[in-house]
Design a protein. Structure first.
Length: 115
């Protein structure tokens, strides 16, 4: 299983970013996918989850109404569109999947919200 995140960067408060996670090594369309984030000195937290078909999504309260998780099963890719970003959204964002009871993580992509 390999997960490769991209799309992070430096953005001003109020700005937007779209993160991508390219997946390989498993049957992508069969598994829910998650985005987590970890800010310095804090525990990793779940940001959003999407079902295998994309028909169901869940969000952390902190990102609800400011983010949209989506997936393209033909491209084996999951996305996280974030808007109205705040400095407290600064973190490393990770893609996650659980396959056969094993947790798999990407290397993460840094999102920094600062003026």
């Amino acid at each position: 299983v390999q997960l490769v995140e991209s799309g992070g960067g430096l953005v001003q408060p109020g700005g937007s970013l779209r993160l991508s996670c390219a997946a390989s090594g498993f049957t992508f369309r069969r598994y829910p996918m998650m985005w987590y984030r970890q800010a310095p000195g804090k525990e990793r937290e779940l940001v959003a989850r999407i079902s295998s078909t994309g028909g169901s999504t869940n969000y952390a309260d902190s990102m609800k109404d400011r983010s949209t998780i989506s997936r393209d099963n033909a491209k084996n890719t999951v996305y996280l569109q974030m808007s109205s970003l705040k400095p407290e959204d600064t973190a490393v964002y990770y893609c996650n999947v659980v396959v056969a009871s094993n947790d798999y993580w990407g290397q993460g992509t840094q999102v920094t919200v600062s003026s």
